[in-house]
Design a protein around this ligand. Structure first.
Ligand SMILES: [Zn+2]
Length: 681
């Protein structure tokens, strides 16, 4: 089957999205000692014998308290764009949040306000934005004040004890409120979460989870583990086991046949193949492993990802789902909720398992699929993004599996409002999980973006800063500033795709690093110590669906972005007042090119050039790195159902002239071609 047989052309490098199996426990970091400096390496795997916390196994890393990590450089600009866009203002005009039952109103009273807060809490405390913090605190105060003596939050129906009630929103709300407690230490909120979990524990004894609660049971483990870590109450572990028993068994589903087939156009919607549930479930095994200690649970995320890549994978590291798993065709879409939930799952899974390949995946999705699906000002988003997305229009002739005609234009709530509520967690949770704490009071660089982490190993205040334009550059400069001398390990993730990566510690020689590991630097840190990392990125061309070619370099995927023609639509629809309008985008220049790629070394024809990283880092004009390729127009490659037509396998022929083409990072594009036909030179 050629459509599931992606080959990697270049240099023996494993393709990034398929490399998960190479990581994980036992894939220990290189042991090294640098001359002339007190630097030692080795034992670099974060997988250590696990102490038990009661019945709960210790994770490889703990996330740092919310607010310990601050963005710098392009990441600070991106989070500021987000706070100034829809995220910072949704509660001011969108009825399902502004008038939410959670806040005492009469609009939606289920998942939408908790979703928004789940993203805006880490945004406000990561940015240290006083206005946003004050606004969030007001909303949280209302939620807590309206909690009933029986532990249920305000929107829970008074007669819910006597009838069915889907508990998903309770799992979500407690996950959100635990973050608020983490950021503020507000004991009133901690008490509210504990009381709600007690009510939940009583409820699941009477009526088991069903529908969304059943398919998202593992989200409940996050607040349960959070409260358990601070109180060690055994009933919490009993609740965790009960949620698992009542929850859907994804591991069993992924051993079956159904998950391997794409949902057909206008096909059947199912819970188990729902793309958001899928993105969320990638962490299920990792979280369950803390309860069970079973090898099957520990390896479940890797098994799920391998299967998703094989049958539904996209070059961005995502899988398709519009709204159910939809195969590898680059014109099937991926829902924004699935992107942000998958990112959060990867945060959680890498924290528990310490597998550097999961962090490679985290960066790949975060730097490609996440930014691509927003307008550069982050006021508008899509429901579904496509890897080959040459126009974004209201399209009744769409080929989505179960979504509607609005799903890929940029707007306030295209297709359905879940993403409008849930999109906010993407960037802030990435920022909040860039650095994590190791069990031996060290610090791990899990994912890389310009940032600063303030920690206190053994009580000594330490600030670690990372200055870099990664992923648009290969060099990362780290400064460790210790107020007094203190010994702790610094673990540096070495991306699996990096070629001859090197660490230089101030005053010492270069140290060769091993890709796909955490490299451990353990020493006494005193004053300010500078380290620099180089992660050389080599271009690679991968063959994907119907043998179409995709260009990758480091964690970034590159796309041809045609000129854009924007049209405002739905101007008279309530809520679409600018700046939060709806927009269609059509190509204003040709998009239908094939790439000319040398048969024996396809990446040899590509050249990369640095550009300044823009004020808006993920806008077409802000692209910090571009690729030059050569191609020919393919007049027979046309729109079908309003979208880029299917690519035929094999080498295309064209008598059109050879042209120089510029490709930009996928995440910078609004419309794009990413999987190209190959055309004869
Ligand atoms: Zn959604």
């Amino acid at each position: 089957m050629t459509d599931i047989d992606r080959r990697t052309f270049v240099g023996g490098l494993a393709a990034g999205t398929g490399a998960l199996a190479a990581g994980g426990p036992g894939h220990a970091a290189v042991t090294m000692t640098a001359r002339g400096a007190e630097v030692s390496g080795g034992g670099g795997s974060p997988q250590q014998p696990r102490r038990r916390q009661g019945d709960l196994l210790e994770p490889a890393f703990h996330p740092l308290p919310l607010g310990s990590i601050r963005p710098r450089g392009w990441l600070a600009r991106q989070l500021r764009i987000q706070a100034d866009g829809l995220s910072g203002h949704l509660d001011e005009f969108w009825p399902d949040v502004a008038n939410s039952q959670w806040f005492g109103g009469d609009a939606e009273g289920w998942e939408r306000a908790p979703y928004w807060l789940d993203g805006v809490i880490p945004l406000a405390w990561t940015l240290d934005d006083a206005r946003l913090q004050q606004k969030v605190s007001g909303h949280i105060g209302t939620i807590v004040e309206r909690q009933r003596p029986d532990g249920w939050y305000g929107p829970y129906p008074a007669d819910a004890g006597a009838r069915a009630y889907d508990l998903w929103a309770i799992l979500l709300a407690n996950k959100m409120l635990a973050q608020y407690h983490d950021a503020t230490g507000d004991e009133r909120v901690f008490g509210a979460v504990e009381a709600s979990l007690r009510a939940l524990a009583r409820k699941v004894e009477q009526a088991p989870l069903y529908n969304w609660g059943r398919y998202r049971w593992f989200e409940g483990l996050i607040p349960v583990f959070y409260v358990y870590r601070r109180t060690r109450q055994q009933w919490l572990l009993e609740l965790a086991h009960r949620l698992r028993e009542q929850g859907f068994d994804y591991a069993a589903f992924y051993r079956g046949e159904d998950v391997t087939s794409p949902t057909p156009r206008r096909g059947l919607w199912t819970w188990a193949k729902h793309v958001v549930n899928t993105g969320m479930a990638v962490k299920a095994g990792a979280l369950a492993w803390r309860l069970s200690g079973s090898e099957e649970d520990r390896t479940e995320p890797a098994r799920m990802l391998a299967l998703l890549d094989r049958y539904h994978g996209q070059v961005t590291g995502m899988f398709t789902g519009d709204e159910c798993l939809a195969g590898r065709n680059p014109i099937q879409g991926s829902e924004l909720c699935a992107v942000v939930e998958f990112l959060y799952s990867l945060d959680q899974a890498v924290a528990v398992l310490g597998d550097p390949a999961l962090a490679d995946r985290l960066e790949r999705v975060a730097f490609n699929a996440l930014p691509a699906t927003f307008t550069p000002d982050m006021w508008a988003h899509q429901y579904d993004q496509q890897v080959n997305q040459v126009q974004c229009t209201h399209n009744p002739d769409h080929m989505w599996t179960t979504n509607g005609p609005e799903s890929n234009f940029y707007g306030l709530e295209p297709n359905y409002g879940c993403c409008t509520a849930n999109m906010h967690q993407g960037w802030p949770k990435l920022a909040a999980h860039l650095w994590m704490q190791t069990p031996d009071d060290g610090l791990a660089a899990v994912a890389y973006a310009p940032s600063e982490a303030r920690v206190a190993p053994h009580g000594a205040p330490v600030t670690v800063t990372l200055d870099t334009d990664y992923p648009f550059r290969e060099r990362l400069d780290i400064t460790v500033a210790a107020e007094r001398a203190v010994r702790f390990p610094l673990l540096l993730r070495v991306p699996g795709w990096s070629e001859r990566p090197v660490l230089q510690v101030e005053g010492a020689g270069d140290v060769a690093l091993e890709p796909g590991t955490f490299h451990r630097v353990e020493r006494e840190w005193t004053g300010a110590t500078r380290l620099s990392l180089a992660f050389p990125m080599r271009a690679r061309v991968t063959l994907r669906y119907n043998e179409a070619a995709a260009v990758e370099r480091g964690p970034l995927v590159y796309s041809l972005a045609p000129a854009e023609e924007w049209t405002r639509i739905n101007a008279d629809t309530p809520g679409r007042e600018l700046p939060h309008g709806d927009f269609e985008v059509r190509p204003a220049s040709a998009w239908n090119y094939g790439l000319v790629l040398p048969e024996n070394d396809p990446a040899a024809g590509l050249e990369f050039a640095e550009r300044p990283v823009g004020e808006r880092p993920f806008a077409p004009e802000g692209a910090g790195m571009v690729a030059r390729a050569r191609g020919r127009l393919l007049p027979n490659w046309k729109l079908a159902h309003g979208w880029a037509g299917e690519i035929a396998p094999g080498l295309a022929q064209s008598s059109e002239p050879l042209e120089d083409l510029t490709l930009i990072p996928y995440g910078c594009s609004n419309i794009r071609v990413t999987e190209f036909p190959r055309v004869a030179g």
